[in-house]
Design a protein around this ligand. Structure first.
Ligand code: NAG
Length: 300
């Protein structure tokens, strides 16, 4: 009897200490489609975004009311801000990187994380560090986007701010999510959904982000390599919220920050970059994310 109890105790202990992946239902997966289309629309030029006339990506969220567009797709990534009536939410979407730029971005990624600018991120603990390339890019638009977001909230009574982005745009959305959580009134709910996002900061960043932005998912597609850079050996770590797409209609939610032990999560699926697999790694970065591909060539 005692042995049986001991065995159960042991099993239960193993159960709680090794966090398990959870398969996503069809409905859970389908619920991300509007966010995926918002992230896709971020790659369209401002000339199309400003009239919310960017083909399928815009039509998928046809009631969206665009209020601000900016960027040149070069020095400053495109971004847009607007109001999403269905969710009574402001949406801020950042453009990401195309595959041809990816290689140079990957090279630039190999620098250690740095302190955050306390004027942009007031009150953040000193050990919280992020990639300087991402924070520099974020700093270009942070104050403007905050002002635009507050303006939309004032005009609509929106109660949520939703940040979306893919690739570099995902990193900017992650930075923006913490930035908004710190700088907006506490009664505004901050949500972020990102795609193929690189690691933004160190483990202290990841843990601080977890506590400040609980409503967060970062969706990774199959063998995409972007989520495994910059390397953990440089001190980088992802926040919570990984959803790993395994194939059409098949995905798992991976617990923890960046320490998933399950073979179905990105960290075990793509332990390192292999040259023969590079074309696949790159291709998977673009999707499809449940049937929706994201990138400049998918803006129509
Ligand atoms: C926002 O709330 C205020 C105060 O309740 C109200 O007067 C105003 O009409 C609301 N605006 C919108 C767009 O719903």
């Amino acid at each position: 009897m005692l042995t049986v109890v001991a065995l159960f105790t042991l099993l239960f202990a193993a159960e709680v200490s090794i966090a398990k992946v959870t398969p996503l239902s069809f409905n859970e997966l389908a619920s991300f489609a509007p966010y995926t289309q918002f992230a896709r629309a971020a790659y369209c030029p401002s000339t199309k975004q400003k009239d919310w006339n960017c083909g399928q990506a815009c039509q998928a969220n046809e009631n969206f009311q665009i209020t601000h567009v900016a960027g040149d797709g070069n020095v400053m990534q495109f971004y847009y801000v607007g109001y999403w009536p269905e969710q009574n939410s402001v949406v801020v979407a950042h453009e990401g990187t195309d595959p041809e730029q990816l290689v140079s971005v990957l090279r630039d990624l190999n620098i250690p994380p740095q302190r955050l600018d306390p004027t942009i991120f007031p009150g953040v603990p000193a050990g919280v560090l992020a990639h300087g390339g991402f924070t520099d890019e974020h700093a270009l638009t942070a104050a403007t986007i905050l002002a635009q977001t507050k303006e939309v909230i004032a005009n609509t009574n929106a109660t949520t701010v939703t940040l979306v982005g893919h690739s570099l745009g995902g990193a900017l959305a992650e930075l923006d999510a913490l930035f908004m959580a710190i700088n907006l009134p506490s009664d505004i709910h901050v949500k972020a959904v990102t795609y193929g996002t690189p690691r933004v900061g160190n483990l202290a960043w990841a843990k601080y982000f977890d506590s400040m932005v609980p409503d967060f998912v970062r969706i990774n597609n199959q063998a995409d390599i972007v989520p495994i850079v910059p390397g953990r050996d440089l001190g980088f770590a992802h926040p919570h919220g990984e959803i790993h797409l395994l194939g059409p209609g098949k995905a798992v939610s991976c617990p923890g920050n960046d320490d998933a032990v399950d073979a179905q999560c990105t960290i075990k699926t793509v332990p390192f970059i292999t040259l023969p697999d590079l074309p696949l790694h790159m291709l998977n970065h673009l999707g499809p994310y449940e049937g929706i591909s994201i990138g400049t060539i998918f803006c129509d």
